[in-house]
Design a protein around this ligand. Structure first.
Ligand SMILES: [Cu+2]
Length: 718
């Protein structure tokens, strides 16, 4: 949630194009990755010998500089062209910061009509912050013409915070005598600078009256302080109750909020970089995870193929990894499944209503940019040793092209049996192992790290997985022992409520309360099953009433199928009591047996929304329903809209407002899936939590005449 002042913002791993030298700009067409890569581990900058049987990717893993497809992400030369176009924008002064720059994708009709070799449009979205004018501008730029096509003053809307702004906000706090005095009043001894002892942790501000003046939103950051207690880990015990609101355009302090709060009187064992805290290192053998990533994975620029799967990918500041034009090769042609899929927004609401916690509803994509705060991952370390890790090019705050190394990973893994059957009578065997392709990235939103990955399978199904990692956000409290546990120990069987300082969290260490919270991830998935005209139906399984003749055992099940007409009818929740699922299908594409070609959305666990129904209609609404369907609209890309950071009172750019009266039957539809996890923290989540897994599956239902998995079956006889 928080964005790190020094470590994450000024990423030491970031290298300029110049620093990268000639480390590969072009990439050969349709290169494949072979066993040699696996053995070598990380590909970083080393030449890898090719073999005749298993051609490998060249040493360079950066994105190509040449654009060959309308959905290719911005290249370094294009970013330079965009910067040149900014010269004509006289409203942008020398202090301008570029918050958000990415490809403005051409309209879907244009992309679908485009054929290789034909010309195509290249436009960019540019969101520039002007400290001089105290406003932000959203521009569309014709990249090749170096021309700004349109400009909009964003007025009260605030784009996500840049690393520079968070850094400046922290610097202002570091230099503040008033903040120093507030710390000293709490008994902290500060010899030199505040930052000598404390981690200065800058966040998007959330709601606070100091950030609004005369109806105008003041672009702001909220700064907290954590006592590092002499350790390496930034996330030591927070100075509870002390918060500083900073005007990032100043930069200057807007307000200091100073509520009473506990102070850690004991050394807190939070330093995850200390062996003294972690305990002695335990031996573990290298785990060989699955087969080497094989030559079945091929790349042509950003176009990827693997075992029938066919898709493109890109990487941008807002969403991180975007999957484009996911299709599957069936009987010699690629059939479309999903035009575009990405994490559209996140929401991490904390449950503690105390004034120093109540503002914490973090929109991680709209406040920080999931791609902007992504970090590098390494094969053989955070990733399995067979992973291929590719770089991304993103614009920096000054609109300089930066190579962000090792952002997107690809690896194959084994996931149990695809089939296994032995015929007992004559020992005939049919079998296959389930191989999967995993494509993802990691975003580092302060204390939390999220691995988001798409998983493609041999049976034509695919899925999305989130791995929640990192450190829980702790509240410093006075209690050193679990109070409700003591009451239970005294009282025995009965019902107990959490109380006192532990009402909204779990005591995970003396004076450390892991505050209860939720993580919500919204996926926007523009399904195009065999074309754009699709429909959506809901499946509910129900038990029929017992009947001596018609339902003698009482467990007869039947399925009710509800075809949605309008978007507002399709805002739905999972329901385990009816095994609820949803199918996106093409009403005009039916198989020989009459089945519609479709893909089914199957939840793998989910949770209820902690945001109550009276708030249905504000920017957080997307977490109030698990499943949504809207008609395709190229401007509706993010579940909480384009600018949820400091969203103003009257804000209607969000999924609640997108899901209106419009038809979603036999139309180009977009599915939005909200995936939640309620985190009642455990002592074992401290000081660093073992990964939590969440996900959703998309399975062909009637899409194939028969499962594409069948061809992978192997047959033999004992
Ligand atoms: Cu959590």
């Amino acid at each position: 949630m928080a964005v790190v002042f020094a470590a994450a913002v000024s990423n030491p791993a970031k290298m300029s194009k110049q620093e990268q030298g000639d480390k590969g700009i072009s990439r050969r067409n349709f290169v494949a990755i072979g066993a040699a890569v696996t053995a070598a581990g990380s590909l970083g900058g080393r030449a890898i010998a090719q073999t005749a049987t298993a051609p490998v990717l060249p040493a360079h893993t950066t994105v190509p500089e040449r654009v060959t497809h309308p959905l290719d992400p911005l290249t370094a030369p294009e970013i330079a062209q965009i910067k040149a176009a900014m010269a004509s924008q006289t409203m942008l002064g020398p202090r301008t910061m570029y918050s958000w720059v990415q490809l403005s994708e051409p309209h879907k009709d244009e992309v679908l009509a485009w054929k290789p070799g034909e010309p195509f449009r290249r436009e960019a979205l540019v969101v520039a912050l002007s400290p001089e004018n105290r406003t932000a501008y959203e521009m569309i730029v014709d990249i090749r013409a170096h021309k700004v096509l349109s400009t909009r003053n964003l007025q009260n809307l605030q784009p996500f915070l840049t690393g520079d702004e968070l850094e400046k906000a922290a610097a202002v706090v570091d230099a503040s005598p008033a903040v120093k005095a507030a710390l000293e009043k709490r008994g902290f001894a500060i010899g030199g600078k505040i930052s000598d002892r404390f981690f200065i942790d800058a966040y998007a501000p959330g709601k606070d009256p100091a950030t609004v003046s005369g109806g105008k939103t003041i672009r702001a950051a909220r700064v907290l302080l954590a006592d590092k207690q002499g350790g390496i880990n930034d996330y030591g015990p927070y100075v509870e109750g002390l918060m500083v609101l900073v005007d990032t355009y100043g930069p200057s302090i807007l307000a200091i909020r100073d509520y009473p709060g506990a102070i850690a009187k004991v050394p807190v064992p939070e330093d995850i970089f200390s062996r003294a805290v972690l305990g002695p290192e335990k031996p573990v053998d290298d785990l060989v995870i699955g087969p080497p990533t094989s030559s079945r994975l091929t790349f042509d620029g950003n176009h990827v193929r693997w075992h029938g799967w066919d898709f493109r990918y890109s990487f941008n500041q807002r969403e991180g990894l975007v999957m484009h034009q996911i299709g599957f090769e069936d009987e010699g042609r690629v059939r479309s499944i999903c035009y575009r899929a990405a994490v559209s927004e996140m929401l991490v609401p904390y449950s503690d209503p105390a004034p120093e916690w109540v503002w914490r509803e973090f929109f991680d994509a709209g406040e920080y940019g999931l791609g902007a705060v992504a970090v590098s991952l390494r094969a053989g370390k955070e990733l399995p040793n067979n992973a291929l890790v590719l770089d991304a090019v993103l614009p920096g705050t000054s609109l300089q092209a930066q190579v962000d190394p090792s952002r997107v990973f690809f690896y194959e893994r084994e996931n149990g049996a695809l089939f296994a059957h032995v015929q007992a009578s004559d020992k005939h065997h049919i079998y296959a192992r389930a191989k999967e392709l995993v494509v993802g990235y990691i975003t580092n939103v302060g204390n939390y790290d999220y691995i988001f990955q798409w998983v493609f399978r041999l049976d034509g199904s695919f899925g999305f997985e989130g791995e929640l990692q990192g450190m829980i956000l702790n509240k410093t409290v006075w209690e050193t022992k679990c109070d409700v546990c003591e009451r239970e120990a005294q009282g025995g069987p009965g019902v107990y409520e959490m109380g006192g300082e532990e009402k909204f969290g779990t005591l995970v260490s003396p004076q450390m309360l892991g505050v209860t919270h939720q993580h919500w991830i919204n996926l926007r998935m523009d399904f195009d099953i065999d074309g754009t005209a699709n429909a959506v139906e809901e499946y509910n399984v129900k038990r029929l009433p017992p009947d001596p003749q018609k339902n003698a055992a009482g467990r007869a099940l039947t399925v009710t199928r509800t075809v949605f007409g309008k978007a507002k009818e399709a805002c739905r929740d999972l329901d385990e009591s009816t095994n609820r699922s949803w199918v996106i299908y093409n009403p005009s594409k039916r198989s020989e047996i009459g089945q519609f070609a479709g893909y089914e959305v199957q939840g793998i666990g989910n949770t209820f929304s902690s945001i109550p129904s009276y708030r249905y209609g504000d920017a957080t609404s997307f977490v109030q329903r698990h499943f949504w369907v809207t008609p395709y609209d190229p401007t509706q890309l993010y579940a909480a809209g384009w600018y949820p950071n400091q969203y103003p009172e009257k804000y209607d750019d969000d999924l609640f407002h997108y899901a209106d009266d419009r038809s979603i039957y036999d139309r180009d539809v977009v599915v939005w899936y909200s995936l939640g996890f309620t985190h009642v923290t455990r002592p074992e989540d401290f000081p660093i939590m073992p990964s939590e897994h969440v996900g959703v599956n998309f399975k062909p239902r009637g899409f194939f005449a028969k499962s594409p998995a069948l061809g992978y079956a192997r047959l033999d006889k004992e």
